[in-house]
Design a protein around this ligand. Sequence first.
Ligand code: EPZ
Length: 417
Amino acid sequence: MDKMVIHGGERLIGEVQIGGAKNAALPLFIAALLTDEEIHLHNVPALRDIDTVEKLLRNMGITVKREGFDATIQAKSLDTIEAPYDLVRTMRASILVLGPLLARAHGAKVSLPGGCAIGTRPINLHLDGFHALGAEIDLEHGYIHAKADKLAGTTIDLSLPTVTGTENLMMAAALAEGTTIIENAAREPEVVEVGNFINKMGGQISGLGTKTVVIKGVSALHGTDYTIMPDRVEAATYMVAAGMTRGNLLIKGARPQHLKAVIDKLSEAGMEIHEENGGLRCLMTGSIKSVDAKTLPYPGFPTDVQAQLMAMMCFANGLSVISETVFENRFMHVGELKRMGADIQVEGHSAIIRGRGELSGAPVMATDLRASASLVLAGLAASGTTEISRIYHLDRGYERMEEKLRVVGANIRRVKA
Ligand code: EPZ
């Protein structure tokens, strides 16, 4: 397994280009299942998770062609309606095939995703929603057996604004008979992206970005082409990197309207952030201030940036309380940061960080995607050398991270196992 070796202390100065959003690209690849015509996607990020979703679709007999940042997908016919355990367990977003398969093939056999490092990750809201739309759902031998001769529009009231749950149900409802109303829908930009994409395919979805999404079912959807939005979590990660190394970065492609909570929080921590040349200029001239944060569904502070902010707070001088309200176990990075000398106390859903202004490099282990990003950031700002093992977690959601960081001055290299 590859390792990342970082010698800390370099200020990051220069430009970083943000890639296409992983959490938009994944559902858009799968939404191609909703039509038998060709779909053309642009600005597709080069990530492990994209390779996985490509394998998943190919496994079902769907043609997928990737050239650079473009992909052509055509679900002309389906060889199988199954998403097998070995693929679903490596990428839980595979459960997004349920909606399109029910709509298109009137059935699906999808492995239950199981839990992951950050929580049990139930999918009850997805399944209850499909049942409300008229599907029969059976769970047997670790698989979801779903079938629906037809889907009928209805009102679905989500007890939690689940991101992939909203996406899954939108895709099913797009080809259902009648109108579906999703109350307490997720408002994330990636969810809006999926709705915009379906509308470009001939769908009729309104209310995107609000708590109430209305989907008027249509009889068929057609092919289209679409350019994927930039990855706001990748952008936020490099914004924090600029702050932690007291650097000065132009983060090209970052959309400020997707990052308001992050911009506000990092400004509170002492960063200067303003729009420049179609991106965000991020610099830290003074010292890092301790701030409190609480993760919330969009437009609140994103849970996917929680670990990165925690790494930054270790370099402030003072007390910071970070509460994780979205997932029940998303503090796996705490133990690793403590190996670097961090003073962090976890109490229930909150982590109390006593920033000492510095960390010392150490061998650490990545446990999940965003935790591994927080360890890279900590290594960039720590004194001495940090070695991060199991960085396959990082490759799931960050494209060429060590190259992008080296270009702006980081002393970082990937050591092949
Ligand atoms: C999406 O996961 C993202 N993944 C996650 O990003 C992100 O952290 C998360 O949304 C929250 O923003 C993709 O989009 C592929 P949820 P998702 O359903 O949809 C509970 C990353 O790092 N819940 O919004 O799985 C759930 O347990 C990844 O890129 C139920 O109880 O998240 C959690 O506590 C990590 N029942 C909360 O809702 C359900 O049926 C939010 O989960 C569904 C969810």
